[in-house]
Design a protein around this ligand. Structure first.
Ligand code: ADP
Ligand code: MG
Length: 269
């Protein structure tokens, strides 16, 4: 029987997006791949209830809630709807990472700008929107005391600003694989945007896999900065764009097909 991999997406993706590579790789292996856009319409396409696995990417909160219907009907989603939701919510994500004992910057949540500025007490801090959905603009600004003010509304996640070399270690996880990109933030050129590939050392691989596991994510990006006291996880994203990661589309396709095969033959060990 042909394996069916469904893709439920919040927005259309361009020809150079990771999606094009994933679809091509899934189809090259003889599986059926169907693409469904769910920007605002909140009913899940009926066809997806027959899929062996459904990849969720870029969905709105409401669309994600609707995606739970797939899981309730026994359809395996990758990442799961609940882990995707946890990753979107920076409060939930921070809670999961810190309860797993992983290194995260000191963080507090503030309901107003005044509270954020008062509690930051003049220390170098980074302020982020709690709902980290993409496409909502800039999520962070640096504050020193009460100066500046983010362009986004509260609640705020206020984080100790870790002094580092200006480069993110972007760790991209697919299943139990980890790829690394060294990327300057913010990038000032196309070259810096693409970043440089690097082979993550064992401690970074272990950290990325533990972060993914803490949220229950299979396909994710973990942003790490290296401070004086070691690496700190500053962000985690479900199903990112894998920019600059070689063969990312093929490895995501392999992972989806592996999951789908297990779902299609639940008795196989
Ligand atoms: N606590 C922090 N200390 C130092 N740098 C940070 C901190 N948090 C974020 N950054 C920097 O800001 C960048 C963007 O923040 P991030 O939380 O990843 O938001 P997003 O990716 O949603 O824009 C990070 O990639 C990192 O370079
Ligand atoms: Mg980030």
């Amino acid at each position: 029987m042909t394996i069916h991999v469904g893709f439920l997406l919040g927005r259309a993706s361009g020809p150079t997006s990771i999606m094009a590579d994933i679809l091509e790789a899934v189809r090259a292996q003889g599986a059926e791949a169907t693409l469904h856009l769910m920007p605002g319409d909140l009913s899940i396409p009926t066809e997806l209830f027959g899929a062996d696995v459904v990849a969720l990417r870029g969905l709105s909160l409401a669309a994600l809630e609707a995606a739970f219907a797939l899981e309730r009907a026994g359809v395996r989603c990758c990442n799961t709807a609940s882990s995707t939701m946890a990753a979107r919510d920076k409060r939930a994500a921070h809670g999961a990472l810190s309860s797993a004992g992983l290194p995260v910057p000191q963080t507090f949540f503030a309901e107003s700008w005044q509270e954020a500025a008062e509690r930051a007490g003049g220390r170098a801090a980074v302020v982020k929107a709690v709902d980290g959905s993409r496409g909502s603009g800039v999520f962070m600004t640096a504050v020193h005391g009460a100066q500046g003010r983010p362009s986004f509304p509260p609640p705020y996640l206020v984080q100790e600003r870790i002094d580092h070399d200006g480069f993110d270690r972007k760790l991209y996880v697919v299943g139990d694989g980890v790829a690394g990109i060294l990327r300057r933030w913010p990038p000032t050129s196309l070259r810096e945007k693409l970043g440089i590939r690097f082979d993550p050392a064992l401690h970074l691989r272990t950290l990325a896999l533990a972060a993914a596991q803490a949220l229950g994510l299979e396909v994710c990006g973990v942003d790490v900065v290296e401070g004086a006291s070691g690496p700190a996880i500053v962000d985690i994203n479900a199903f990112p764009g894998f920019k600059g990661v070689p063969r990312a589309g093929a490895s995501i396709a392999d992972h989806l097909l592996w999951v789908a095969q297990r779902e299609a033959q639940p008795c196989a060990s």
